[in-house]
Design a protein around this ligand. Structure first.
Ligand code: G6P
Length: 465
């Protein structure tokens, strides 16, 4: 199945812009796992990439004709700030992200008030404007690969106007259980389920999320709200990073320098690592509390281990994210104050995004802690398993989609069980070298067994059926 001529749709595209202090436009390559995994696969194939402007700098770049890339035909869709805030901040990241990750604090939130209804209108507008671009520009019979929860309504919109298109949706996050979907206002449930049902197929990283999706259409209350819409065909296909690209990047001189710097910070001690964006679903605070319990319950590890936490800013427009970031920093400071010595800082916290340092850290950890409360896949678990050269142990949440693939070689944890996570960290740090080696080798071969190209092929095959 060839990728040429297909159209990718995602909120964040491969190219973005910011203004420098003098007001000049500066290009910023698109960040995040989705873009860095898909871009190398589609570069130079003739693919078109539809994404939206994420602010004034992107809009200015579009107006000045600078939103161009050698590897793709870019079709940027200009979105005004108010619509973007409604769609991205309120609906995509505060409603749907919380819904699908089961993050609502139900006694207090969500509150679907009139302000929220206007935001949902904004989300629908944002989906429609992107749908209109595809409707106007897609050649007859094209394959359209729609990425993520930002575009849940696109399926029905495209099916109504362009039944010739083969549009597939791929959800990179979990899908909520039916009881959680019932929290959404009834009209929104109807639009969401009908919107997704309009796709030729919907894909997920793990069987659990696919099962939850199908269960929504079978739930009596939700099915009635969905009207005539029934569950579309679905499939499971997990994403992988660009293996060769990642290995080459990790071998770069910048990464080598970062390895030295991280080793100096660890001071010869064992390293329990985490690398995450600061997102509530990532469970960073409980990870630190588990590390503290490790020091409490297993005193032999005091001054023998450091927890390196590389946690980078995400979605800074959202108050909850800022508050969570502050909680992460306070927790690290408190633990360091309580347990540190003049020569040992138990938690080494870095909060500035630094890709060479992240990749470098993955090559040297003794234990990689990936303990999300719920996660569509978690590419860090796979990237760490691929890059690590120290027979590192992966401690992985049962609630990450990657658990389905890596469970036989990782140590599993319940992400809510702080004491249990501490016990598992102890088990990982105490593991004998032969078992470490065997598990690390198995992890690596599991990761190498699936490529990003397999993931793309699965979407193309689903579109062709
Ligand atoms: C995470 C999710 C992706 C999602 C991305 C959006 O990485 O795993 O599914 O597309 O967040 O992030 P952004 O920074 O664009 O909001």
């Amino acid at each position: 199945m060839a990728a040429n001529d297909c159209i990718v749709v995602s909120n964040r595209g491969p190219l973005s812009f910011r203004f420098d202090p003098d007001g000049a436009l500066v290009a910023v390559p698109g960040g995040g796992g989705l873009v860095s995994s898909i871009a190398p696969l589609l570069a130079g194939t003739g693919a078109t990439w539809v994404s939206v402007t994420m602010g004034a700098a992107d809009r200015a770049a579009v107006e000045q004709g600078r939103m161009v890339d050698d590897s793709f035909t870019l079709l940027p869709v200009a979105i005004d700030d108010e619509t973007y805030r409604s769609a991205y901040d309120v609906v995509a990241n505060t409603t749907l992200w919380y819904l699908h990750h089961h993050l609502f604090d139900l006694p207090r939130r969500p509150r679907f008030d009139r302000h929220w209804r206007l935001a949902w209108d904004g989300y629908r507008r944002y989906n429609q404007v992107v749908a209109d671009t595809v409707i106007d520009r897609a050649p007859q019979g094209s394959t359209v690969l729609v990425q993520d929860y930002h575009f849940s309504l696109l399926g029905a919109m495209l099916a109504a106007a362009r039944p010739d298109l083969r549009a597939v949706h791929f959800c990179h996050i979990p899908f909520a259980d039916p009881n959680m979907v019932r929290v959404l206002p009834e009209a929104a449930v109807g639009e969401l389920l009908a919107g997704l049902a309009g796709f030729v197929a919907c894909g997920f990283h793990a069987h659990r999320w696919e099962a939850a999706f199908r269960a929504c259409y079978a739930d009596p209350v939700l099915a009635e709200l969905a009207g005539t819409a029934t569950a579309p065909p679905s499939f499971v296909s997990s994403l992988s990073s660009d293996h060769e690209g990642l290995v080459a990047e990790a071998a770069s001189p910048e990464c080598a320098r970062s390895v030295e710097a991280l080793r100096a910070e660890a001071g010869g001690r064992r390293i329990v690592l985490r690398v995450d964006r600061v997102e509530l679903s990532k469970n960073i605070v409980r990870g630190m509390l588990a590390f503290e319990e490790l020091l409490m319950a297993y005193p032999q590890w005091r001054d023998e281990v450091v927890h390196i936490a590389l946690v980078y800013p995400s979605r800074q427009g959202l108050a909850d994210y800022l508050a969570y970031g502050a909680e992460v920093t306070h927790t690290a400071e408190r633990i360091n104050h309580a347990w540190g010595t003049p020569t040992w800082t138990p938690i080494v916290l870095h909060v500035e995004d630094d890709r060479p340092r992240s990749l470098a850290s993955l090559t040297i950890f003794d234990v990689l802690l990936v303990n999300p409360v719920r996660d569509g896949l978690n590419l860090v678990a796979k990237e760490g398993s691929l890059l690590n050269g120290a027979d590192g142990v992966l401690v992985l949440s049962h609630e990450a989609g990657a658990w389905e693939e890596l469970s036989e070689a990782a140590l599993g944890v319940n992400p809510f069980d702080v004491a249990g996570t501490a016990d598992t960290l102890h088990r990982a740090l105490s593991m004998d070298p032969a078992e470490r080696r065997a598990r690390a080798a198995r992890l690596r071969s599991l990761v190498l067994g699936r490529t990003a190209a397999d993931w793309l092929d699965d979407q193309l095959a689903a579109a062709a059926q």
